[in-house]
Design a protein around this ligand. Structure first.
Ligand SMILES: Cc1cc2nc3c(=O)[nH]c(=O)nc-3n(C[C@H](O)[C@H](O)[C@H](O)COP(=O)(O)O)c2cc1C
Length: 340
Protein backbone atom coordinates (compact mmCIF):
# COMPACT_ATOMS: atom_id res chain seq x y z
CA UNK A 1 0.00 0.00 0.00
CA UNK A 2 1.48 3.35 -1.07
CA UNK A 3 1.86 5.74 1.84
CA UNK A 4 2.13 9.48 1.95
CA UNK A 5 5.71 10.77 1.89
CA UNK A 6 5.04 12.45 5.24
CA UNK A 7 4.23 9.09 6.84
CA UNK A 8 7.38 7.45 5.51
CA UNK A 9 9.68 10.01 7.09
CA UNK A 10 10.96 9.15 10.54
CA UNK A 11 10.41 11.35 13.57
CA UNK A 12 13.06 13.78 12.27
CA UNK A 13 12.61 15.70 9.00
CA UNK A 14 15.99 14.57 7.70
CA UNK A 15 16.85 12.33 4.76
CA UNK A 16 20.25 10.79 4.14
CA UNK A 17 21.21 11.49 0.52
CA UNK A 18 21.95 8.50 -1.68
CA UNK A 19 25.68 8.90 -2.36
CA UNK A 20 26.73 6.48 -5.09
CA UNK A 21 30.30 5.29 -5.43
CA UNK A 22 30.76 4.19 -1.82
CA UNK A 23 29.74 6.80 0.77
CA UNK A 24 26.11 5.69 1.32
CA UNK A 25 25.83 1.96 1.94
CA UNK A 26 23.62 -0.25 4.06
CA UNK A 27 25.57 0.54 7.27
CA UNK A 28 24.99 4.30 6.93
CA UNK A 29 21.33 3.88 5.92
CA UNK A 30 20.80 1.64 8.96
CA UNK A 31 22.49 4.14 11.28
CA UNK A 32 20.41 7.14 10.17
CA UNK A 33 17.20 5.09 10.26
CA UNK A 34 18.03 4.09 13.80
CA UNK A 35 18.46 7.80 14.56
CA UNK A 36 14.93 8.59 13.27
CA UNK A 37 15.59 9.63 9.64
CA UNK A 38 14.87 8.21 6.19
CA UNK A 39 17.88 6.76 4.35
CA UNK A 40 18.16 6.50 0.56
CA UNK A 41 20.26 3.66 -0.81
CA UNK A 42 22.05 4.53 -4.07
CA UNK A 43 21.61 2.13 -6.98
CA UNK A 44 23.88 4.20 -9.27
CA UNK A 45 27.02 2.41 -10.54
CA UNK A 46 25.69 -0.86 -9.04
CA UNK A 47 24.59 -3.77 -11.21
CA UNK A 48 21.18 -5.25 -10.48
CA UNK A 49 22.95 -8.16 -8.79
CA UNK A 50 24.94 -5.83 -6.54
CA UNK A 51 21.79 -3.88 -5.74
CA UNK A 52 20.01 -7.11 -4.75
CA UNK A 53 22.87 -7.85 -2.34
CA UNK A 54 22.64 -4.31 -0.88
CA UNK A 55 18.90 -4.77 -0.32
CA UNK A 56 19.56 -8.11 1.33
CA UNK A 57 22.04 -6.43 3.66
CA UNK A 58 19.48 -3.76 4.58
CA UNK A 59 17.01 -6.51 5.42
CA UNK A 60 19.58 -8.33 7.51
CA UNK A 61 20.00 -5.07 9.42
CA UNK A 62 16.20 -4.94 9.84
CA UNK A 63 15.81 -1.61 8.04
CA UNK A 64 12.27 -1.18 6.73
CA UNK A 65 12.06 2.62 6.29
CA UNK A 66 14.23 3.41 3.27
CA UNK A 67 14.24 4.37 -0.39
CA UNK A 68 16.32 3.38 -3.42
CA UNK A 69 17.77 5.95 -5.81
CA UNK A 70 18.14 5.30 -9.56
CA UNK A 71 20.03 7.11 -12.34
CA UNK A 72 17.73 7.83 -15.30
CA UNK A 73 19.63 6.81 -18.50
CA UNK A 74 21.15 9.58 -20.61
CA UNK A 75 21.24 10.06 -24.38
CA UNK A 76 24.47 9.36 -26.30
CA UNK A 77 27.34 11.85 -26.37
CA UNK A 78 26.22 14.83 -28.47
CA UNK A 79 29.72 15.76 -29.74
CA UNK A 80 32.19 12.93 -30.45
CA UNK A 81 34.84 15.34 -31.72
CA UNK A 82 34.78 17.36 -28.52
CA UNK A 83 34.92 14.09 -26.55
CA UNK A 84 37.99 12.90 -28.50
CA UNK A 85 39.71 16.27 -27.97
CA UNK A 86 39.02 16.15 -24.23
CA UNK A 87 40.34 12.59 -23.93
CA UNK A 88 43.49 13.58 -25.87
CA UNK A 89 44.05 16.39 -23.36
CA UNK A 90 43.75 13.87 -20.49
CA UNK A 91 46.35 11.43 -21.89
CA UNK A 92 49.40 13.17 -20.31
CA UNK A 93 47.76 12.73 -16.87
CA UNK A 94 47.14 9.04 -17.67
CA UNK A 95 50.74 8.57 -18.80
CA UNK A 96 52.01 10.25 -15.66
CA UNK A 97 50.00 7.78 -13.60
CA UNK A 98 51.05 4.83 -15.80
CA UNK A 99 47.53 3.88 -16.96
CA UNK A 100 45.47 3.90 -20.16
CA UNK A 101 42.21 5.81 -20.23
CA UNK A 102 39.13 3.57 -20.15
CA UNK A 103 36.86 3.00 -23.14
CA UNK A 104 34.47 5.98 -23.42
CA UNK A 105 31.44 3.71 -23.65
CA UNK A 106 27.80 4.55 -23.25
CA UNK A 107 25.55 2.47 -21.00
CA UNK A 108 22.27 2.74 -19.11
CA UNK A 109 23.57 1.71 -15.66
CA UNK A 110 21.62 -1.59 -15.87
CA UNK A 111 18.34 0.40 -15.87
CA UNK A 112 15.92 -2.31 -17.07
CA UNK A 113 17.31 -4.99 -14.77
CA UNK A 114 17.16 -2.69 -11.75
CA UNK A 115 13.59 -1.65 -12.58
CA UNK A 116 12.61 -5.32 -12.81
CA UNK A 117 14.31 -6.10 -9.50
CA UNK A 118 12.67 -3.21 -7.65
CA UNK A 119 9.24 -3.79 -9.16
CA UNK A 120 9.40 -7.44 -8.10
CA UNK A 121 10.55 -6.56 -4.58
CA UNK A 122 9.40 -2.98 -4.06
CA UNK A 123 11.03 -0.68 -1.51
CA UNK A 124 8.78 1.90 0.21
CA UNK A 125 10.18 4.68 -2.01
CA UNK A 126 12.17 5.11 -5.22
CA UNK A 127 13.88 8.37 -6.08
CA UNK A 128 15.24 9.33 -9.48
CA UNK A 129 18.11 11.57 -10.48
CA UNK A 130 19.46 12.79 -13.87
CA UNK A 131 15.99 13.35 -15.22
CA UNK A 132 12.39 12.35 -14.91
CA UNK A 133 11.43 8.74 -15.61
CA UNK A 134 8.62 8.12 -18.15
CA UNK A 135 5.09 8.22 -16.71
CA UNK A 136 4.74 4.44 -17.36
CA UNK A 137 7.66 3.80 -15.01
CA UNK A 138 6.15 6.05 -12.33
CA UNK A 139 2.82 4.23 -12.79
CA UNK A 140 4.48 0.83 -12.48
CA UNK A 141 6.08 1.85 -9.16
CA UNK A 142 2.76 3.20 -7.94
CA UNK A 143 1.07 -0.10 -8.83
CA UNK A 144 3.80 -1.85 -6.85
CA UNK A 145 3.03 0.35 -3.83
CA UNK A 146 6.13 2.62 -3.97
CA UNK A 147 6.28 6.34 -3.48
CA UNK A 148 8.14 8.15 -6.27
CA UNK A 149 10.42 11.16 -5.80
CA UNK A 150 12.09 12.96 -8.71
CA UNK A 151 15.14 15.23 -8.34
CA UNK A 152 14.70 18.68 -9.88
CA UNK A 153 16.87 21.75 -10.15
CA UNK A 154 14.49 24.13 -11.93
CA UNK A 155 10.75 24.86 -12.11
CA UNK A 156 10.38 23.42 -15.64
CA UNK A 157 11.80 20.10 -14.41
CA UNK A 158 9.30 20.20 -11.54
CA UNK A 159 6.43 20.62 -14.00
CA UNK A 160 7.67 17.59 -15.92
CA UNK A 161 7.85 15.51 -12.71
CA UNK A 162 4.36 16.60 -11.64
CA UNK A 163 3.02 15.60 -15.08
CA UNK A 164 4.73 12.19 -14.79
CA UNK A 165 2.92 11.59 -11.47
CA UNK A 166 5.67 12.06 -8.86
CA UNK A 167 4.63 12.00 -5.19
CA UNK A 168 7.39 14.38 -4.11
CA UNK A 169 10.37 16.30 -5.43
CA UNK A 170 13.95 16.47 -4.27
CA UNK A 171 14.78 20.16 -4.78
CA UNK A 172 18.52 20.30 -5.41
CA UNK A 173 20.03 23.74 -4.91
CA UNK A 174 23.20 24.98 -6.52
CA UNK A 175 25.17 24.40 -3.29
CA UNK A 176 24.76 20.60 -3.46
CA UNK A 177 27.68 18.19 -3.55
CA UNK A 178 27.91 15.58 -6.29
CA UNK A 179 26.16 15.66 -9.66
CA UNK A 180 23.51 18.14 -10.69
CA UNK A 181 20.43 15.98 -10.63
CA UNK A 182 18.10 17.54 -13.14
CA UNK A 183 17.14 16.62 -16.68
CA UNK A 184 19.37 19.04 -18.54
CA UNK A 185 23.09 19.06 -17.96
CA UNK A 186 23.86 22.75 -18.14
CA UNK A 187 24.02 25.47 -15.55
CA UNK A 188 21.28 27.68 -17.02
CA UNK A 189 18.70 28.77 -14.49
CA UNK A 190 20.25 26.83 -11.62
CA UNK A 191 19.30 28.42 -8.31
CA UNK A 192 20.60 28.47 -4.75
CA UNK A 193 18.44 26.25 -2.55
CA UNK A 194 16.23 28.86 -0.84
CA UNK A 195 15.48 30.56 -4.17
CA UNK A 196 14.71 27.20 -5.74
CA UNK A 197 12.29 26.29 -2.95
CA UNK A 198 10.48 29.59 -3.50
CA UNK A 199 10.36 29.08 -7.27
CA UNK A 200 9.05 25.51 -6.93
CA UNK A 201 6.27 26.60 -4.61
CA UNK A 202 4.96 28.68 -7.51
CA UNK A 203 4.49 25.58 -9.67
CA UNK A 204 3.50 22.76 -7.31
CA UNK A 205 2.30 21.89 -3.84
CA UNK A 206 3.98 18.46 -3.86
CA UNK A 207 6.14 17.74 -0.79
CA UNK A 208 9.72 18.96 -1.25
CA UNK A 209 12.95 17.45 0.06
CA UNK A 210 15.48 20.28 0.22
CA UNK A 211 19.06 19.41 -0.79
CA UNK A 212 22.25 21.42 -1.04
CA UNK A 213 24.68 22.98 1.38
CA UNK A 214 22.77 22.04 4.53
CA UNK A 215 25.55 21.57 7.06
CA UNK A 216 24.11 22.97 10.28
CA UNK A 217 20.90 22.93 12.31
CA UNK A 218 20.34 26.60 11.39
CA UNK A 219 20.57 25.81 7.66
CA UNK A 220 18.20 22.85 8.04
CA UNK A 221 15.71 25.06 9.91
CA UNK A 222 15.90 27.75 7.20
CA UNK A 223 15.06 25.19 4.49
CA UNK A 224 12.14 23.83 6.54
CA UNK A 225 10.84 27.36 7.10
CA UNK A 226 11.10 27.95 3.35
CA UNK A 227 8.56 25.20 2.82
CA UNK A 228 10.53 21.95 2.63
CA UNK A 229 8.93 18.86 4.17
CA UNK A 230 12.40 17.52 5.04
CA UNK A 231 16.07 18.11 4.24
CA UNK A 232 18.21 15.71 2.19
CA UNK A 233 21.82 15.94 3.35
CA UNK A 234 24.84 14.30 1.74
CA UNK A 235 28.13 16.04 2.44
CA UNK A 236 27.36 16.34 6.16
CA UNK A 237 27.55 12.50 6.31
CA UNK A 238 30.67 11.97 4.17
CA UNK A 239 32.93 11.68 7.22
CA UNK A 240 30.49 9.63 9.32
CA UNK A 241 32.02 6.54 10.90
CA UNK A 242 29.51 4.35 9.06
CA UNK A 243 30.05 5.98 5.61
CA UNK A 244 31.97 4.07 2.95
CA UNK A 245 33.78 7.24 1.81
CA UNK A 246 37.26 6.45 0.42
CA UNK A 247 40.25 7.34 2.60
CA UNK A 248 41.64 9.81 0.05
CA UNK A 249 38.27 11.60 -0.10
CA UNK A 250 38.08 11.80 3.71
CA UNK A 251 41.61 13.10 3.84
CA UNK A 252 40.95 15.76 1.18
CA UNK A 253 37.83 17.00 2.98
CA UNK A 254 39.69 17.43 6.25
CA UNK A 255 43.07 18.57 4.96
CA UNK A 256 42.30 22.25 4.42
CA UNK A 257 44.25 21.93 1.15
CA UNK A 258 41.21 22.64 -1.00
CA UNK A 259 39.37 25.62 0.43
CA UNK A 260 36.71 25.86 -2.29
CA UNK A 261 34.36 23.71 -4.38
CA UNK A 262 33.66 23.97 -8.09
CA UNK A 263 31.05 22.68 -10.53
CA UNK A 264 32.90 20.61 -13.08
CA UNK A 265 32.35 18.12 -15.88
CA UNK A 266 35.99 17.01 -15.75
CA UNK A 267 35.53 13.58 -14.22
CA UNK A 268 32.24 12.25 -15.61
CA UNK A 269 30.96 14.53 -18.39
CA UNK A 270 28.08 15.78 -16.19
CA UNK A 271 28.30 18.80 -13.96
CA UNK A 272 29.06 17.88 -10.36
CA UNK A 273 30.27 19.86 -7.37
CA UNK A 274 33.51 18.79 -5.76
CA UNK A 275 36.65 20.14 -4.15
CA UNK A 276 38.50 22.42 -6.56
CA UNK A 277 41.58 20.31 -7.32
CA UNK A 278 43.72 20.52 -10.47
CA UNK A 279 41.67 18.32 -12.78
CA UNK A 280 38.33 19.67 -11.51
CA UNK A 281 39.46 23.16 -12.55
CA UNK A 282 41.29 22.24 -15.76
CA UNK A 283 38.42 20.15 -17.12
CA UNK A 284 35.44 22.05 -15.77
CA UNK A 285 34.06 22.75 -19.26
CA UNK A 286 34.56 19.22 -20.60
CA UNK A 287 31.89 18.13 -23.10
CA UNK A 288 28.55 16.92 -21.74
CA UNK A 289 29.23 13.26 -22.47
CA UNK A 290 28.01 11.20 -19.53
CA UNK A 291 28.74 8.37 -18.87
CA UNK A 292 31.41 8.21 -21.59
CA UNK A 293 33.80 10.48 -19.66
CA UNK A 294 32.99 8.69 -16.40
CA UNK A 295 34.18 5.39 -17.94
CA UNK A 296 37.19 6.98 -19.65
CA UNK A 297 38.53 8.62 -16.46
CA UNK A 298 37.89 5.65 -14.17
CA UNK A 299 41.40 4.08 -14.48
CA UNK A 300 42.90 7.54 -13.93
CA UNK A 301 40.86 8.08 -10.78
CA UNK A 302 41.59 4.57 -9.50
CA UNK A 303 45.33 5.05 -9.99
CA UNK A 304 45.19 8.46 -8.32
CA UNK A 305 43.30 7.02 -5.33
CA UNK A 306 45.84 4.19 -4.98
CA UNK A 307 48.70 6.71 -4.96
CA UNK A 308 46.94 9.22 -2.73
CA UNK A 309 47.15 11.78 -5.56
CA UNK A 310 44.37 14.19 -4.61
CA UNK A 311 44.71 16.41 -7.71
CA UNK A 312 43.08 14.09 -10.25
CA UNK A 313 40.43 12.48 -8.04
CA UNK A 314 36.74 13.36 -8.05
CA UNK A 315 36.23 14.70 -4.51
CA UNK A 316 32.50 15.41 -4.43
CA UNK A 317 31.52 17.93 -1.78
CA UNK A 318 28.83 20.55 -1.26
CA UNK A 319 29.60 24.13 -0.31
CA UNK A 320 29.11 23.39 3.42
CA UNK A 321 31.87 20.73 3.46
CA UNK A 322 33.97 22.58 6.10
CA UNK A 323 31.16 21.78 8.59
CA UNK A 324 31.32 18.00 8.00
CA UNK A 325 32.48 16.08 11.04
CA UNK A 326 34.02 12.64 11.57
CA UNK A 327 31.59 11.20 14.13
CA UNK A 328 28.98 8.45 14.38
CA UNK A 329 26.05 9.15 12.03
CA UNK A 330 23.60 9.31 14.95
CA UNK A 331 25.53 12.25 16.40
CA UNK A 332 25.55 14.02 13.02
CA UNK A 333 21.77 13.59 12.85
CA UNK A 334 21.42 15.08 16.33
CA UNK A 335 23.62 18.04 15.37
CA UNK A 336 21.69 18.77 12.15
CA UNK A 337 18.25 18.17 13.56
CA UNK A 338 18.13 18.02 17.36
CA UNK A 339 15.36 15.85 18.83
CA UNK A 340 12.35 17.70 20.25
C1 LIG B 1 29.56 11.95 -2.77
C2 LIG B 1 28.18 12.26 -3.27
C3 LIG B 1 27.53 11.34 -4.07
C4 LIG B 1 26.22 11.60 -4.50
N1 LIG B 1 25.55 10.63 -5.22
C5 LIG B 1 24.23 10.82 -5.53
C6 LIG B 1 23.46 9.77 -6.09
O1 LIG B 1 23.94 8.66 -6.33
N2 LIG B 1 22.15 10.03 -6.37
C7 LIG B 1 21.56 11.23 -6.07
O2 LIG B 1 20.36 11.39 -6.31
N3 LIG B 1 22.27 12.23 -5.53
C8 LIG B 1 23.58 12.05 -5.23
N4 LIG B 1 24.28 13.06 -4.63
C9 LIG B 1 23.61 14.36 -4.39
C10 LIG B 1 22.72 14.30 -3.16
O3 LIG B 1 21.52 13.60 -3.41
C11 LIG B 1 22.31 15.70 -2.65
O4 LIG B 1 21.70 16.43 -3.68
C12 LIG B 1 23.49 16.49 -2.11
O5 LIG B 1 24.34 15.67 -1.36
C13 LIG B 1 22.97 17.63 -1.26
O6 LIG B 1 23.97 18.57 -1.03
P1 LIG B 1 25.04 18.46 0.17
O7 LIG B 1 26.01 17.43 -0.31
O8 LIG B 1 25.60 19.82 0.23
O9 LIG B 1 24.30 18.01 1.40
C14 LIG B 1 25.59 12.83 -4.17
C15 LIG B 1 26.28 13.76 -3.38
C16 LIG B 1 27.55 13.49 -2.92
C17 LIG B 1 28.23 14.49 -2.03
Amino acid sequence: MRRDLRELLGPRPLVLAPMAGGPTGAALVAAVTEAGCLGLLPAGYRSATQLAADLEELRARRVSRFGVNLFVPQGPCPDRQALDAYLAALRPEAERLGVELGEPRHDDDDWEAKLALLLADPPPLVSFVFGCPPAEVVDAFHQAGCLVVVTVTRPDEAREAVAAGADGLCAQGLEAGGHRGGTRDDLDGQLPLLDLLGALREVTDLPLLAAGGLGSAAAVQRALRAGALACQCGTAFLLADEAGTADAHRQALQSGRFPATVLTRAFTGRFARGLANRLALAGRDAPGCYPEIHHATRPLRQAAAARGDLEVLHLWAGTAFPLAEARPAGEIVERLCPAG
